[in-house]
Design a protein around this ligand. Structure first.
Ligand code: VGL
Length: 206
């Protein structure tokens, strides 16, 4: 299948109770789990990115950055949210793994063998990429811009993203910018319908 799913940073620290919570962040975990399952059934690859920072990171306020410490390697805050249930062969992409690496975009991340996301997508034959996750106005936006820049047809799942909204309206502005850059907007239900169609067609059902 030429379609893949990228789930961006659905990690405890970006959800309720975390160190950099995104309002309603945890709400995207179940719908994205459902889509991940369907994409995998249809034979498409599923990638889950994660912020994976060292304790000392130039991304954190203490070291000159913008953010409170979050998603520190090996901590509970860096774990995927427990409601995120990934198919067995989903691949984890880690970003922001060294002191100076901010790692906003999943395209700056690599799998456990150091292979960048773009290479993994190309190898899997992906041309269309569904994207959801956290946060709309940070890592989702950076990942979507990179995906478009690298030539992927991006479908942004607008009800499976949540924004930091440090300034009110940041999330909405980010969605507008992604759309203007070329992302098509879709919803969880529309993606489910697309995928069910692929599965039905393949099984020969009417
Ligand atoms: C993110 C703020 C800081 C994100 C990461 O994953 O969207 N946001 N670091």
């Amino acid at each position: 299948m030429d379609t893949g799913l990228l789930i961006v940073d659905v990690q405890n620290d970006f959800c309720a109770g975390g160190s950099l919570p995104v309002l309603g962040g945890e709400e995207v975990a179940r719908p994205l789990s459902r889509l991940a399952h369907l994409v995998a059934l249809a034979g498409g690859p599923v990638f889950a990115s994660r912020d994976w920072h060292p304790e000392k990171s130039s991304h954190f306020v203490e070291w000159g950055g913008k953010w409170p410490p979050h998603c520190v390697q090996g901590t509970e805050g860096a774990e995927f949210h427990p409601d995120l249930e990934l198919p067995e062969d989903a691949e984890t992409i880690s970003e922001g793994t060294t002191f100076g690496d901010e790692g906003y975009s999943a395209f700056d991340g690599t799998d456990g063998d150091g292979r960048p996301l773009d290479l993994l997508l190309k190898r899997a034959g992906v041309s269309r990429l569904y994207v959801g996750g956290l946060a709309t106005d940070a890592c989702v936006q950076a990942s979507v811009f990179d995906a478009i820049g690298k030539g992927y047809e991006v479908r942004l799942i607008v009800d499976a993203i949540r924004a930091l909204d440090l300034d009110p309206g940041d999330g909405e502005r980010a969605v507008t910018e992604m759309r203007i850059a070329g992302a098509r907007l879709t919803t969880v239900e529309a993606v489910v319908r697309d995928l069910e169609l692929v599965l039905e067609t393949r099984s020969g059902a009417p």
